[in-house]
Ligand binder design. Structure first.
Ligand code: AMP
Ligand code: GLY
Length: 426
């Protein structure tokens, strides 16, 4: 079958790699893709949010399955666009409709969803410009630190953790009255701070049944020892040593089942991935956030552990018979180290020539911010390449990925040498 994959990051490179391994895939197109995805299919120069062009392409190229990587086209309704068009309606789209995508697109929606369905999460209330004064009063009643979240998508920047009451008040004012995050902060969720250690759990659902994909931990800070600014993610490992069977069974019973049931009760036909950001506080899980897509760079570590045919699993979602599909996960450990541009997550330059890719023999390379220009692979983004190793244990995987990260060169290259090493003694 012909498959259209939408997106251009490391996550989509990992998707493209897995899809291309399936005997069920004939032609794979990636819109727009990057310098690495071309090895697994054909890149096409259409933006992820240009629904008209994607729809026309799908018809012309007899696409039978559309797989959506990033959240933006989902929140903007790519699935709805296909469903509402007579000719496109029968092409299955993996990823929720705009209504389901609200789980990520609106923090207020997702908090109400969790409260309605009894899913453990931090206590919270939402405020708008009109209720700013009440919000300021509410802040006085909570303990510190306190978390302020812009309701809408804010490119990963809309969450502030304030450890001081006057700072929290100033930030709430800036978000609501001065549109600090534009429209995204028209509404703000004030949420209690959760202690514990974070991890991500991923679920694939056809709306009735689900498969729990391997869990992962990502490393968000730019600096070693988890210091410095937040990034999109500097590395990941899967599995997560502190997510043992007892913890994961609580996650399934207290969070995953009520989430899938809740979507059904709310009449939201959800077909796709759910990424559940969790806090593990002494063995008890609570939800930090939902995303309606896979994580990046978690996907790079998660997908290579899936041994079953990935396209067959996606077909199970499309055809609503996911329960009948076999699903095997490797016992091995995957580690991903991200190479980033110098200056990222602040200002950085693109167009640096990347060399040494051929030096990497053991790890997989998933391109993220790369472009092929005059037959040269160049940097074209903050996060440039994911280096992923799959080994018998965590230490070997980390050593391999870290060593291979050192074998690639471009001016200003930066990466963390400590990804995952904090988990060795768990
Ligand atoms: P979110 O966009 O909701 O995932 O928030 C971004 C990051 O902020 C999360 O990955 C957490 O590290 C942190 N965070 C968000 N909410 C909370 C909370 N209630 N307690 C502690 N940390 C949080
Ligand atoms: N790595 C975090 C995310 O994809 O949102």
């Amino acid at each position: 079958m012909n498959i259209l994959l939408i997106g251009s990051g490391g996550r989509e490179s990992a998707f493209a790699y897995k899809i291309s391994q399936s005997p069920l895939a004939s032609q794979l197109f990636i819109a727009p893709g990057n310098a690495g995805t071309g090895a697994y299919g054909k890149n096409i120069d259409i933006k992820a949010t240009d629904f008209e062009a994607l729809g026309s392409f799908a018809l012309e190229h007899h696409i039978e399955l559309v797989v959506v990587g990033p959240e933006e086209p989902l929140v903007k309704g790519i699935h709805d666009f296909f469903l509402e068009n007579e000719q496109l309606r029968n092409i299955p789209v993996i990823g929720p409709t705009a209504e389901g995508a609200q789980l990520e697109g609106s923090k207020d929606f997702s908090k109400q969803f969790m409260q309605r369905h009894g899913i453990p999460t931090a206590a919270s209330r939402s405020f708008t410009k009109d209720t700013l004064e009440e919000g300021l009063q509410y802040l006085e009643t909570r303990s510190l630190p306190i978390v302020l979240k812009a309701d809408g998508l804010a490119a990963g920047k809309g969450v502030l953790i304030c450890s001081d009451l006057s700072e929290a008040k100033a930030e709430l004012r800036a978000m609501l009255a001065e549109a600090k995050f534009g429209q995204a902060s028209n509404k703000v969720v004030i949420e209690d701070f959760l202690k514990g250690i974070e991890l991500s759990v991923f679920v694939l659902t056809d709306g009735k049944d689900y498969k729990i994909l391997p869990s992962a931990k990502d490393y968000k800070r730019i600096g070693e020892g988890d210091t410095g600014l937040n990034t999109g993610g500097m590395g990941s490992v899967s599995p997560v040593p502190f997510a043992d069977a007892a913890f994961l069974s609580k996650v399934e019973n207290q969070i995953i089942k009520p989430t899938i049931d809740g979507l059904r009760k709310d009449n939201i036909h959800y077909k796709g991935f759910i990424f559940i950001g969790l806090m593990n506080d002494n063995g008890n899980p609570s939800v930090v956030e939902y995303n309606v897509r896979m994580g990046d760079p978690e996907t790079e570590s998660v997908l290579i552990r899936i041994e079953s045919d990935f396209v067959d699993l996606l077909l199970g979602v499309a055809e609503e018979n996911l329960a009948s599909k076999t699903f095997h996960v490797s016992e091995k450990t995957a580690a991903t180290v991200m190479l980033v541009s110098g200056g990222y997550p602040g200002k950085y330059e693109n167009g640096k020539v990347i060399s040494g890719l051929e030096n990497v023999k053991e790890s997989l390379l998933f391109h993220a911010g790369t472009a092929l220009i005059n037959e040269e692979v160049q940097t074209a983004g903050g996060r440039v390449l994911a280096v992923t190793a799959l080994k018998d244990n965590l230490l070997e995987a980390l050593q391999q990925a870290t060593a291979d990260a050192g074998r690639i060169y471009f001016e200003g290259k930066n990466f963390r040498r400590d990804i995952g090493f904090d988990l060795i003694n768990y």
